[in-house]
Design a protein. Structure first.
Length: 81
């Protein structure tokens, strides 16, 4: 893999992590203000399951962190000039 492709992949993964963290925070705010009871997960306004959305975003963050750390750890084996 060339260095530019490697750097692009790392940059995209970091961007996905940042956007997903923002999504989790945004969904938690929605969970607070768009549900009737604190234990409810279904939004009154949109009708979507906010707890499932938060869980999905957390999985995306974990996968991207694993991929990023793996690519950074093995960068000398992955990059071929």
């Amino acid at each position: 893999m060339r260095r530019t492709v490697y750097n692009t992949i790392i940059s995209v993964l970091i961007l996905v992590i940042l956007v997903s963290v923002f999504g989790v925070i945004n969904t938690q705010v929605s969970l607070k203000y768009e549900t009737e009871n604190p234990k409810d997960c279904i939004s009154v306004i949109t009708g979507r399951d906010l707890c499932l959305w938060i869980k999905s975003l957390k999985i995306i963050i974990i996968v991207c962190l694993i991929l990023t750390s793996g690519l950074i750890s093995f960068r000398y084996k992955v990059i071929k000039d």
